[in-house]
Design a protein around this ligand. Structure first.
Ligand SMILES: [Zn+2]
Ligand SMILES: [Zn+2]
Length: 326
């Protein structure tokens, strides 16, 4: 017998609860062990997964599992306490987006890193004159701050472009198609959309050269924070919303309601939206999300076969015409 469903594709809490709690404890213990043994992780990456070690910084591999575990704990707890819309934590939508997350990781490994390297080579060959060389001489803290702000602005700009150019919107609409926002909706991104985004952000970032120092804690935060604000949470973070993107403001970005369209493009900071007039001022709206296309291939049962079939249909959706202009 399968796991009983409370509504289409949604699992009831009771039988899954024990399994989830056990998985949560095991994952937490494993993540803590990884964080406590950095040299063992580095050796593991070098010797057992040499391909992976070329793409993943060992420090990030050490601290990401515990960061993800904390994220899961906070989001799960907050979802039980104050969800933006009622429903279980693990739904068919959650599993579909988790599959998108795994596909994103695979595509990063197999393809996206190489694409960014080619882009870097092209930049150095033809656009090197755009580089602001003085940055290399700055104080490391100033370099870090400039790197963080320029990267965030580049992501804001790339997001705006992917909404405003109709061809790019076709591909970005997949990200907006989720009616049941969850932690992993952050990864529900078409590979073409990801390439457009990587191109714009990489080109802007290369203007700082390779001088920007990498602060590992920031890299890890930047990975998990967008997942937190995609979760189904009723939270606007009070006055912090004037600085940061929040679960409430990003829900408005995903809204079905026309007055919310093309608002709140921020990645980490909301300052660009406030500055350029694209911030939606309401901080208590928790609208329904999705795109107005009844024919969009949404996930239904959440079984493995359904998830794989739906992924292929969602990949094909923009090529077949997408949602049209809105
Ligand atoms: Zn968007
Ligand atoms: Zn989003």
């Amino acid at each position: 017998m399968g796991i009983p469903a409370t509504r289409s594709g949604e699992l009831s809490d009771r039988p899954v609860g024990t399994v989830l709690v056990m998985a949560w404890v095991v994952l937490g213990a494993a993540s803590a062990l990884v964080a406590l043994a950095p040299s063992a992780v580095a050796a593991f990456l070098e010797e057992v997964l040499p391909v992976l070690s070329r793409h993943v910084r060992p420090e990030k591999a050490v601290y990401s599992p515990i960061a993800y575990w904390c994220l899961l704990t906070v989001a799960w707890g907050a979802h039980r306490w104050r969800p933006a819309s009622p429903g279980a934590f693990v739904t068919a939508a959650f599993r579909q987006d988790l599959l998108w997350y795994l596909l994103t990781m695979a595509s990063r490994l197999l393809f996206l890193s190489a694409f960014v390297a080619v882009l870097g080579a092209f930049y150095r060959q033809h656009l090197g004159f755009l580089e602001v060389r003085a940055v290399a001489a700055w104080h490391p803290a100033a370099q870090f701050l400039a790197g963080v702000m320029v990267a965030d602005f580049a992501r804001w700009l790339s997001h705006l472009v992917r909404h405003k150019v109709p061809l790019f919107w076709r591909f970005h609409a997949l990200h907006h198609s989720q009616r049941d926002l969850n932690l992993f909706t952050d990864a529900r991104v078409h590979p073409v959309d990801r390439m457009v985004s990587a191109t714009i952000t990489t080109l802007v970032l290369l203007s700082l050269g390779n001088a920007t120092p990498v602060v590992m804690a920031w890299l890890v935060f930047e990975t998990v924070y967008p997942k937190l604000y995609h979760a189904n949470l009723r939270a606007n973070f009070g006055r912090l919303r004037f600085l940061l993107v929040t679960p409430q403001s990003h829900r408005v970005h995903h809204s079905v309601e026309p007055q919310h369209h093309d608002r709140n493009f921020g990645f980490i900071f909301s300052i660009w939206d406030w500055l350029f007039g694209t911030q939606y001022p309401g901080s208590d709206d928790y609208p329904l999300t999705g795109i107005p296309d009844e024919n969009f291939p949404l996930e239904s049962s959440g079984t493995a076969g359904d998830l794989l079939r739906t992924t292929l249909q969602q990949l094909w959706y923009p090529i077949a015409g997408g949602p049209g202009k809105r």
